[in-house]
Design a binder for this molecule. Structure first.
Ligand code: GLU
Length: 466
């Protein structure tokens, strides 16, 4: 069998967000070769900066295309706006063969016809009126300067069948599809026309795309058949719903990849989360790209829509952080945080980050707690520390001076001299040293703090000035 070739074909009218990133991801996971095509025929809505952004986002996520813009074969081929001549050839072919015809119906005429059909209980579809014009009628109208759309002549009473890799066998009767527009009156091509032609010409073997395109497929298959072009197989993936049950969009929880990147999400967290939305892997643990790809199974894609849950994303983010190496985490921290960490504390701090933080902003909070002089305790925590009493902190200060960096020695001396144990021992120390009751183990807090800062924080509740 030939290599499977899949593609992602975004229209550059906005930033890549979780919903369309998932479509791109499934395509990339499934295809042995992965192609990127920019569908920028809508000149008003397409913007060059979205093309730049989406390529950057895809690269960041690790969705690397083998064919497409900026690959070794640099041609304008992969931008639909540059392929007008190709589409024109196919329009001509269809017209020459009588498989497409100009339609002069005005918007009002079409609207009236639609209403009449609806009121008599019929599904609205084009009546085929202009399909019956003879060449002289057409010529006369064109001479008058009338604008025409180009309609595809749908064959009568035929069945279009295909086997969708997700949704199973599909069957459509062509009588339910009216002759449809393949070129608008302003000469711009209809999306599904160039989309189908390009998939075929570019050798795409499998189209993996959102279920919202399912109803375009029979029309696209008809076009390809009429042109004698090979058609790909299709896999229409279920939609992702937002927290309100509506398709995932920016309004209900989806976020742009750009935004997620800025918040410090790791691409691997996104990959692990998105590849499990509506698809399942036997392995429930964190997988790298190679494993995600190797074990991706299109037959594991569910038909019903899945809900997007930000907590899943956070779970995978945590998994990535917990298993990341020192270098990766260090580079992930923001500049300000890196600037606060003394060189000799770097390893320890990264260890703290790995087991306690999920975002660079958390790490920054801890860097400020551990390496700057400012520590503001809430009234509640300050009360707790005070209740432990000055003698307790005096004993702690004494133990810290005696033990230096040796946490075990510090604890054993403090236990003996103060008689405190369990929570009564740990909590006031945590409060005084970090201003928090959660976070790194006490031993790490103790070792991360510079001796002078450690003593100062203990002295504060010991009633002595250090
Ligand atoms: N440009 C279309 C879109 O962004 C592509 C649809 C398809 O994948 O076929 O919706």
């Amino acid at each position: 069998m030939n290599q499977t070739k899949t593609r992602f074909a975004p229209s550059p009218t906005g930033l890549l967000h979780l919903g369309n990133a998932r479509t791109a991801l499934f395509s990339a996971l499934f295809g042995e070769r992965f192609l990127l095509r920019i569908e920028d025929t809508d000149q008003e809505r397409s913007r060059q900066e979205f093309v730049v952004d989406l390529m950057e986002d895809m690269r960041w996520m690790g969705l690397i295309w083998d064919e497409g813009p900026q690959t070794a074969k640099v041609t304008p081929d992969y931008f639909q706006s540059q392929r007008g001549e190709i589409y024109a050839r196919y329009y001509d072919q269809l017209e020459r063969e009588g498989l497409a015809y100009p339609c002069f119906c005005t918007a009002t005429e079409l609207e009236v016809s639609r209403k009449v059909q609806l009121s008599s209980g019929q599904p609205p579809r084009y009546s085929g009126k202009c399909g019956r014009l003879n060449p002289e009628d057409i010529e006369r109208r064109l001479q008058k300067g009338l604008q025409a759309t180009l309609r595809f002549r749908v064959p009568r009473n035929e069945t279009v069948e295909f086997n969708d890799l997700v949704r199973g066998p599909q069957k459509f009767n062509t009588d339910d599809i009216g002759d449809f527009i393949i070129r608008r009156a302003d000469n711009s091509p209809a999306f599904f026309f160039c989309n189908a032609i390009d998939d075929s010409l570019m050798g795409v073997t499998h189209v993996v795309r959102g279920e919202d395109h399912l109803s375009n497929t029979p029309r696209q298959l008809l076009i390809l058949k009429a042109l004698g072009l090979p058609s790909p197989e299709y896999a229409h993936i279920s939609l992702v719903l937002g927290d309100d049950g509506a398709p995932l969009s920016k309004r209900n929880g989806s976020r742009s990849l750009n935004q997620l990147r800025e918040e410090g999400y790791f691409p691997l967290a996104l990959l692990n989360m998105l590849s499990r939305v509506g698809h399942h892997y036997e392995n429930e643990g964190l997988m790298n790209w190679e494993a995600l790809k190797q074990h991706f199974d299109i037959s594991h894609l569910g038909k019903s829509p899945s809900r997007f849950d930000i907590e899943h994303l956070q779970h995978w983010q945590e998994e990535v952080v917990r298993s990341a190496d020192e270098e990766t985490l260090w580079n992930w921290l923001n500049k300000e945080t890196r600037g606060l960490v003394p060189t000799q504390k770097k390893e320890l701090f990264i260890d703290i980050v790995r087991s306690n933080c999920v975002f660079p902003s958390h790490a920054e909070e801890w860097a400020k707690i551990l390496f700057t002089d400012e520590l503001a305790l809430s009234t509640e925590l300050a009360d707790m520390a005070r209740q432990a009493g000055e003698p307790f902190f005096l004993a702690a200060l004494d133990a810290a001076i005696a033990a230096g960096q040796d946490f075990n020695a510090f604890m054993s001396q403090l236990k003996t001299t103060s008689g405190a144990k369990g929570k009564a021992l740990f909590m006031p120390l945590r409060a005084a040293l970090s201003g928090r009751t959660d976070g790194p183990e006490l031993v790490k807090l103790y070792q991360a703090l510079e001796a002078t800062l450690l003593r100062k924080r203990l002295a504060e509740y010991a009633g002595v000035a250090e």
